[in-house]
Design a protein around this ligand. Structure first.
Ligand code: ADP
Length: 471
């Protein structure tokens, strides 16, 4: 079975349009046909009735139709002319034909007993007689002192009427399918023409692939729906190109990041194997290897977490947590680091805040931002952590007087593997910490922002909803 949805749109449009048009044409033509037939019939009825009424009123004072003598002349006298194409006959109350026009000399207008009965009771009766050709007949009673004395019948052939109606029907039967055909034909080509850009879009889409994301759809300067579709499609390809470039860059960064420790491992191993060494020397080399392995494990763990986060696979273990305790804990854990660098690390005003969140992840985020503060602040500088409640949110601020972040770097520092210091020095970290921190803040329906002035330091502000907005 052919399903409508399997048909091409141009066919569907044409069929739908054609179906509706066919219905309209059929209803309209039937209306015209019926209206035309009724008005023609009415005018025929009016004509024969008016003749009948003139005769009926002229005869009501003469009881005996035989008095008319020459009936044809009588009719001419009464009607003013000889009624052309009309058959007239007078029947008396006993049903005997008193007079009739010469046209029907040889025959009699067929009158049913029922018609006569009704006319005798004073009714005007119209009827169509199925002779060949058909006839229309009116039967009018002639009254004398409110008593039916006789009946006048006026008839006319329906030959012309039937012929006219037949022609009209033929015109309609031929005209409706013909005009429908013409309109459908034009409609099909119009639909085909207006849908041509869709095919262009489809062909362009087939050509576009990962290696060919510079391809664009060109359907000219159209402002209609198809123009907008092509524009949206082009924008989508542009977006895809950007995404693919980022993925490529990401793969390059990952390889680069893992290549350095592997090169170190390989180099150290090769050197160690060149000659026999003492147990102490081997221990030192293994220690160094362990450091590299730890470094790679950390990067791989971080990447795994980020890709799981992208796929929405990381579940937060939500709990009621005391943020103040958490901040104090992070402060205590990192104080030693700051002391070693001779940085003045202080705990500012910390609000007493409780919220729902994943404690481990929030700790990781805070540790990362605080450690960055210490890492990027020179000896003698200061770092301060504080928090305050503001408009349904708690803001944790980590302020340092370190090297700051250059204007051009600020918008990238939350990107994966981005490091303002491009030398990729090990001390500056892997460049994944802030991406993870940003994801953690956002997973808690919050956010993280940074303002910075080189070289006067940076301020990281973490915003978390108090209402337990975590997903
Ligand atoms: P990293 O492990 O390199 O610190 P992050 O993602 O934590 O990676 O930070 C990304 C980059 O942002 C850092 O390499 C550094 O250039 C810059 N950055 C982060 N925090 C600070 C800060 N407090 N002061 C100056 N620069 C910072």
């Amino acid at each position: 079975m052919i399903r409508l949805t399997n048909l091409p749109i141009r066919w569907r449009l044409t069929l739908l349009y054609g179906g509706m048009l066919f219905l309209i044409l059929v209803v309209f033509s039937s209306g015209v046909y019926i209206y035309f037939r009724n008005s023609l019939q009415k005018s025929i009825d009016t004509k024969i009735k008016s003749i009948g009424e003139v005769l009926s009123s002229s005869m009501s004072d003469k009881n005996d139709p035989s008095l008319f003598g020459n009936f044809e002349r009588y009719l001419e006298n009464v009607l003013g002319r000889k009624p052309k194409g009309k058959f007239i006959q007078i029947i008396d109350s006993s049903g005997r034909i008193g007079a009739k026009t010469s046209d029907i000399e040889a025959q009699t207008l067929p009158t049913s007993f029922e018609t006569l009965e009704r006319a005798l009771s004073g009714e005007v009766v119209y009827e169509t007689i199925e002779t060949k050709p058909r006839h229309r007949l009116v039967t009018i009673p002639i009254l004398d002192n409110k008593r039916v004395t006789s009946i006048v019948q006026v008839g006319t052939s329906l030959e012309d009427f039937d012929e006219t109606m037949k022609r009209l029907l033929i015109i309609m039967v031929i005209g409706v399918p013909f005009s429908l055909g013409v309109i459908l034909w034009i409609g099909y080509f119009m639909a085909k023409k207006s849908l041509r850009p869709v095919d262009q879009i489809r062909r362009a889409a087939v050509k576009i692939s990962v290696s060919n994301l510079d391809e664009r759809i060109d359907i000219g300067p159209r402002k209609d729906e198809l123009g907008k579709l092509a524009q949206t499609f082009n924008e989508m390809i542009g977006g895809l190109k950007g995404a693919f470039q980022r993925i490529n860059q990401f793969s390059v960064d990952v390889s680069h990041e893992l290549k350095t420790p592997l090169t170190i491992l390989k180099g150290e191993t090769e050197v160690a194997l060149r000659k026999e060494r003492g147990a102490e020397e081997y221990r030192r080399i293994l220690h160094s290897h362990l450091e590299e392995i730890d470094w790679m494990t950390r990067i791989i763990d971080d990447l795994l977490l980020l890709s799981k986060a992208d796929a929405g696979e990381v579940v937060l273990n939500l709990d009621e947590i005391d943020l103040r305790d958490l901040i104090v804990d992070v402060y205590m854990n990192t104080r030693l680091l700051a002391e070693q660098k001779q940085i003045d690390f202080s705990l500012g005003d910390v609000s007493d805040t409780k919220l729902r969140g994943d404690e481990l992840k929030l700790r990781r985020m805070l540790l990362n931002v605080v450690e960055n503060g210490i890492k990027y602040t020179q000896q003698g500088g200061s770092v301060e952590i504080s928090s305050a409640v503001d408009d349904g949110y708690v803001r944790v601020r980590v302020k340092d007087t370190g090297i700051g972040i250059a204007e051009e770097d600020i918008k990238y520092i939350f990107d994966r593997f981005y490091r303002a210091d491009r030398s990729r020095k090990r001390e500056s970290g892997s460049g994944l910490g802030l991406s993870i921190s940003k994801w953690i803040a956002e997973a808690h329906k919050g956010g993280i922002e940074v303002t910075s002035n080189t070289p006067s330091g940076s301020l990281f502000s973490i915003k978390l909803p108090l209402s337990g907005g975590a997903a």
